[in-house]
Design a protein around this ligand. Sequence first.
Ligand code: BGO
Length: 733
Amino acid sequence: MGIAIALAGNPNSGKTTLFNALTGARQHVGNYPGVTVEKKEGKYSDDIGEFNIVDLPGTYSLTAYSMEEVVARDYLVNEKPAMVVDIIDASNLERNLYLCVQFLEMGMPVTIALNMMDVANKRGIEIDHKKLSKLLNIPVVPTIARKGHGKKKLLQAIAAKSESNIEPLKISYGQDIDTALDEMEDMIKSSGFLTNRYNARWTAIKYLENDGQVKELGSKGDKNLDLQLETIVEKVTKHLAATLDTHPEGMIADQRYGFINSILKQGIIKRYHDENRLQISDKIDKVVTNRFLGPIIMIAIIMGLYKFTFSYSEMPVSWFESFFGWLSGAVDSALPEGLLKSLIVSGIIDGAGGVLGFVPLIMFMFFGVSLLEDSGYLARMSFMLDRIFRMFGLHGSSVMAFIISGGIAGGCAVPGVMATRTLKSPKERLATLLTVPFMNCGAKLPVFALLIAAFFSENEAQMMLVITLIAWFGALIVARILRSTVIKGEATPFVMELPPYRMPTLKGILIHTWERTWQYIKKAGTVILGVSIIIWAMMTFPGLDENQSKLFEDQRAVITSQAGYAILSDIETLESDQLSAQASAVKDNLSRVDLDEAKAGLKNSIAGRIGTSLEGLTKFAGFDWRTNIALVGGFAAKEVVVSTLGTAYSLGEVDPEEKGSLSERLKSAEGWGPLTAFSLIIFTIFYAPCFVTVICIAREAGSWKWAGFSVVFNTVLAFGLSVLCYQVGSVIM
Ligand code: BGO
């Protein structure tokens, strides 16, 4: 029968020359069925084996824009050749690899014939073809088709590889398109649309690329599916136009070139003078990703982001705090004493309101992160961090998942865990998805912001940088430990998308900022509000029983009757200012009893009992029972730590006029200081992911075992580190 191979490539890459060199006289020319495109077939046989060779029409892409592209693509999916030999002009590697990437995305078995090596060498271009082969994970054989050089090696490589099963290449096209693709892929899979021809993700990509052929098949098939797919395409098209002033096809092409660019940047080409639109990006990259300057610039940019966030958000945050302070005071005086007032003031306003108070800070942080992302700088960070990541058993593609999870600040571990799908090695993927929850997600930010404002207000940006470095360092160490123990395995080479720099538009950044901020507000208004109310109930019930309440009633009665007796007996001799001093002393004494009663009620509540029962252990980390309640609430969502502290310190207080902001209350609260705050920061960085992330980990890791592992392991680790910090700190300070 012989091995069926198809020669493909850009026009003028030397396909016909190679075809002639291989087949000699044993060829015949016809047409592809139904079209006027010429089809050349031929045979080759020797001791390596027998090969049936088809010369496909030359194309630049595999999207059905031209007849040649449709013919080439149809041949590949209908005839399923054992190998596609992609003839690449070595002197124009970047442009030629664009087609190759599309074959790989389609899931075709590919061998590269790196042709025109003589031309490349003459131009002073040297190519490390072995490294290229390793990075793309396909055979790459240098050839000079005109002289017949390399053809034997090429056929040997094909014969050795033609049996293997191919996993389609998965490129990340940026968060907007990736999310749309995931959704479309699921729909395509479940309806079975074209699944006998293409992998579902590829069909989805073609929809986004506006591929005439696939869209026509879609419109003739399941109308409902077609409508759903078109709706998603329309939505993401509008979104990209509004935010990045681009369209899906442009974005997809950019990311594909970005993928190629990141390969070529890894020392594949010794000398490279390609005059193309990436040139400006290359020039910027020479400085920005420079081995020595790059990390300094990166730290300076992150530091600048934090400075910008904290200094510009300070005033609006204080407005929000004053507003919620005023609101809680107003409601407090308007409503009669009782459960309803307690629910609204302590549960809702001080709980969820505490989280909403950080909206301006979150907004400024998201503005900065959107700027870095839209300009293309975030991808450069991944590129630079790849080498470090590999030392810790992770992969360059892990960096993006870390950043999405809040590597700089303000992300979310849920999309971060999902972003690990672009990692090919299951072990590197598992190690990544178990460590991304250590990043500073948007939910942890208000916790850090609260504690920084209360205890480290002199050095806000520096403290935030320290927290970020601790999170990264901790995540990498844990990854190394996991990769050396429970998830042992080889590291895979790094390839990711390095798209050209863009000038971000203000409109685009504002839309991205608002989208993220809105997510935060929505979460505060739904999940956090719900959890705040539950926790308020847990902090309020069962309350004090009759006997306990009576004790406080008695104390109050004693104070008032003693005061009444004293005033009455001396009424003749007391001056009016002495009278008012006595009255205020009585008021103070009564307030103290009220405070003791509120504290006793809180301590006796369900949450209080949980917090108190844990205190025996958590005191070694500096946490009292109120902090414990907050941390238990944080298992639901990390913002709850702030809302619960808000409720706990609100329920413990009596006079709303004297309350001040939560950070002020913490500053003056007993048992609190910079060391306790730092210990709490460490615990918050490392302890169990929130429950949505845990569910996500279970789904992505394919087992609840790993989800359970992350809850237990992270919490034990967090506690150990907090105890260490607190105990060492107590000795030093
Ligand atoms: C002409 N090295 C060099 N130097 N040239 C090569 C190589 C190689 O490895 N391989 C191919 N070529 P096609 P497509 C030509 O035709 O096979 C040359 O479209 C000319 N012709 O000889 O046609 C090849 O099938 C007059 O060059 O490509 C051909 O993929 C002057 O690349 C060209 C100079 O090859 C395209 C070149 C009348």
